[in-house]
Design a protein around this ligand. Structure first.
Ligand code: ATP
Ligand code: MG
Length: 494
């Protein structure tokens, strides 16, 4: 038996909270139910040989809710469930089942990035390779981005960021991971990876798509819910909660509860429910409007919220541009781009500094980059130093700000500017992740809205600071034209 088996004592330790449902036998997998028996009792139900034979089968390992998805014959089956529910686990068994059922099956595996497909869908703790016994595993050939089964079935890997790669090839089956976190970028035909997935599953008599995701309020997820309502025979949703998975560690569940417990996102992240409005979030969707930014006369700032304290905290990097009317109340701001490094969930300062510099150069020129406005609460002067030391960073003007009031208080005047039609999001730019934070974060949330913070840092000097015109922190902006900002300072170093 694999080490995945859990014991009775583990089950007793399960930190069921007040909101958690009691686990019932009919929610457990066969493996879980058998593990509640003594060896002697178990042998009266199933022999050791039989156990060995089924010990890598979906029917043995998957809980009934997972099996419902694995055995579904709908065109799209979507496991829309809480964190750690076992979405990848179910996906892996679905892929295994499909690859084995028909020799020569062609499967596509699609996740947000190339690394996500490789490290989560294939090689992760519940990835495809983990659901095979030592002698039966298919061969994974990373250089060819392929998994090959002895019966001639194969799976190819794709990332949501490169939709054009999905244009053309056709498959019997497509497995999709974390659809809600995909970057929905369009290729030159205007189609996104999700569009290509829906037409790419077209081989054989019954092509199918398997989606595993937590339900964020993104358009693609809402569309999926509408489709499931309109065409329940073709699109099947399988829900489920984190707390159903008794194999998760106490620490993992405790951390999740600390982050989301008692907030609106608890329903989304733990119970897998689509939360349409977070009542206590600062922004409502209607507060965020899109408009093309003016082409000239804008001062560009790159807001940086360094993720220094917690591992896994991203560094928010958001580029904004502001008009420069004398009257503060006349000034307007546009969010131009989200430069947050999605791969960099670690806190390597070199990496986020390099990205901040890239953003500043892209939105200015190598000689006159845009101004970086960064919070220094956690990193102090180090924040300036890493940016300056980054390649091309010596010319980047850096303004460090110290956040002395809490996030919500800092964000409040920016929110008012949005409501008074002084702040816009650039049309046609994907700012979904930032918008998601703005409309999800509540004061009591236990997670950090890094993108929202970065936007607020950069928006402050444009929309709130009643400083003389063209002064950002300690910097004076001498010239502003579409491509050129000259910055000086009465301090020697900036
Ligand atoms: N039925 C099961 N039996 C035994 N272990 C399981 C089962 N379902 C999931 N697990 C284990 O629980 C852990 C979480 O599962 P998995 O990674 O599939 O969850 P997920 O829903 O994809 O999580 P995330 O929200 O982080 O993407 C993994 O270690 C996995 O092997
Ligand atoms: Mg997963």
């Amino acid at each position: 038996m694999s080490g995945r088996r859990f014991t009775r004592s583990q089950q007793r330790r399960r930190p069921l909270t007040l909101t958690a449902p009691e686990l019932h036998l009919d929610q457990m997998s066969l493996a879980e139910r058998l593990s509640l028996l003594s060896d002697e009792e178990r042998r009266t139900v199933i022999t050791d040989d039989d156990l060995l034979r089924i010990s890598f089968d979906a029917d043995f390992w998957c809980r009934p809710s997972q099996l419902e998805a694995v055995n579904s014959d709908a065109w799209i089956t979507a496991v829309v469930a809480g964190r750690g529910f076992g979405k990848n686990f179910a996906t892996s068994y679905w892929v295994k089942k499909k690859a084995q059922a028909y020799p020569g099956t062609r499967i596509a595996l699609v996740a947000r990035t190339v690394a996500d497909v490789r490290d989560t869908m294939i090689q992760g703790p519940s990835g495809i390779l983990s659901v095979y016994g030592p002698d039966e595993a298919p061969e994974y050939v990373p250089s060819l981005r392929k998994i090959v089964w002895p019966n001639g079935s194969m799976a190819m890997t794709f990332s949501s960021i490169e939709p054009s790669q999905l244009r053309g090839p056709s498959f019997h089956y497509i497995a999709v991971d974390e659809l809600a976190s995909w970057r929905h970028v369009a290729d030159d035909s205007g189609a996104t990876s999700w569009d290509h997935v829906k037409i790419g599953a077209r081989l054989g008599r019954k092509p199918q798509i398997f989606v595993a995701t937590t339900p964020k309020r993104h358009k693609v997820i809402r569309d999926l819910f509408s489709l499931a309502r309109e065409e329940p025979d073709r699109v099947k949703l399988v829900g489920g909660s984190t707390l159903e998975n008794a194999t998760l560690s106490e620490d993992y569940v405790r951390n999740l509860l600390e982050m989301y417990g008692g907030t609106a996102l608890e329903a989304q992240e733990i119970f897998g429910k689509l939360v349409l409005v977070v009542e206590d979030a600062l922004w409502r969707e209607r507060d965020i409007r899109r408009l093309p930014p003016p082409a000239t006369g804008m001062l560009k700032l790159v807001g940086v919220d360094p993720g220094i304290k917690t591992a896994g905290d991203a560094t928010g990097i958001i580029v904004v541009a502001g008009t420069l009317e004398e009257d503060l109340m006349q000034r307007q701001m546009w969010v131009l781009e989200d430069f947050t490094d999605e791969e960099n969930l670690g806190t390597s300062p070199e990496r986020w500094a390099a990205r901040a510099v890239q953003a500043a150069v892209k939105h200015g020129t190598p000689d006159h980059p845009a101004i970086v406005v960064a919070e220094k609460n956690q990193g102090g002067e180090m924040v300036r130093t890493v940016i300056k030391q980054s390649p091309g960073g010596e010319k980047v003007p850096v303004v460090l700000i110290h956040a002395s009031v809490d996030k919500a208080t800092r964000a409040e005047p920016i929110l008012m500017a949005y409501r008074r039609h002084r702040a816009w999001h650039a049309e046609g730019v994907n700012l979904e992740m930032l918008e998601d934070e703005m409309t999800s974060w509540e004061k009591k949330s236990g997670w950090s809205p890094n993108r929202m913070d970065a936007m607020v840092h950069a928006a402050g000097p444009l929309l709130v600071d009643d400083k003389p015109l063209r002064q950002v922190g300690e910097l004076r902006v001498e010239t502003v034209d579409p491509n050129l900002i000259v910055v000086s300072s009465w301090r020697k170093q900036y």
